[in-house]
Ligand binder design. Sequence first.
Ligand code: SF4
Ligand code: SF4
Length: 469
Amino acid sequence: MPKKYHINVKATPLDMDYLFKFKIVRGENCINCGKCSKVCIYEAHKRRPDDPRRMADPNTRVCRNCFRCIQECPRGALEKSINKDFTNIGDAFWKPDMLLSLWKQAEDGAVPVSGAGYRGQFTGTGFDSLWTDMSEIVRPTRDGIHGREYISTSIDLGRKLNHLTFDSRMQLTSKVPDNIDLSLPILFELPEKNLSPNVKEALLKAATELNTCVMMPVAEITSEAEKYSNNIIPCLTSEETDKYEAVLKKARLVAVEYNNARPGNIPGLQAKIKKLSHALTIIRVPAVKGLEDNVARLAQNGAEIIHIVADYRGQELNGSKGTDRRLLKDIIRSVHLRLVEEGIRDEVTLIASGGIAMAEYVPKAMLCGADLTAVDIPLMIALGARIYEEPQKMLIIPEGLDKIPLSVVTQRIINLMGAWHSQILEMMGAMGIREARRLRGESGRAIFFEEVDRDTFGNLFKKREVESK
Ligand code: SF4
Ligand code: SF4
């Protein structure tokens, strides 16, 4: 059995204010009986250190909204109210609750808990309209994060052989391509240019500890980052390969923008990069209409790894604003099925990125047909960034982040990935899948709401439409 992959999470609060959904206020009629401190298992209520006869202000940041203290206070002295500043952050895709959940996961690396139970919608758009078949959840002692059986989240990148060939003496004649193994089906991407040096180094340090990699523009790779070369994926255009030979020589993976890497040039480009460093090449393809043709041509021309890049909300990059833009879930499915039809799906690795906002989106993207995902914005939300979407995307990086010690910033990113890893394990355990590699295109474990809706009500409503004519 392989050595169990473990992420070392540790409580790492950030010394800065963050917006919370509710504010808890202790009223004047509090008699300091201390009952609330006994019932709150999250220690939101404590006595004042300077005067233990009196209660301190409630610590909203640890509250999990179970409402127990409010119900049990003998004087009705506690009030919980919605914080308006909180509801203003995010928007239809990056919802305030999502941001808060990411922030909390980075605080302690724990699986998010909603004390008052889940009260949200059971379907939505994109990955929220994909349910997973959790019928294996009846065996919780065997599976998931508390189980005894090992569930592997590792995946490998690179070209695979469709079949092996042997000569007349039964000697293997196929050349087995190089592969790179990562412990998580998640790569990091820089969400913004010009991040402070401590944030960039923290991302690299965290990626190294987690056995994954950071994709970053080649121009941003400084000499200080050299010690992390094994975990950096330089991103560049094919014309820049000569200029940055020194960087490429140290890389295991290199990402090249599709615009400048025409399908016919792929074997030459990959050979050129391999000559420098044996690195595997990722071709970054923008998620535009007709993407399936581009990906199929690339795969037919020998591309090893193809990265589908959608926008920050997981939408197609072209098309008008609104409903005619496909979402990442549908884009991945369509590309995957096209490659299956062409008989080349097993040979190429597919990465998907854009709007991977929560842990559950990772296995869902894989069920749709991706081999792995790349994340960017959640890494910044873990560090206190806020995103506003109207009138346009605005990622507000907190002031003073550049002064926070490297160890703190790194641990928060590790914590976030620790929480995601636990959630992925829980989902895989509940689906009865032991290896992340087996998630790819496993649509038997996926339930697409649109299809259920159409199968259940499609004919019914069609009939009514006919009757009303
Ligand atoms: S339970 Fe109510 S009265 Fe007692 S300390 Fe808490 S807020 Fe005050
Ligand atoms: S609502 Fe629940 S979690 Fe929040 S402070 Fe009260 S008892 Fe603690």
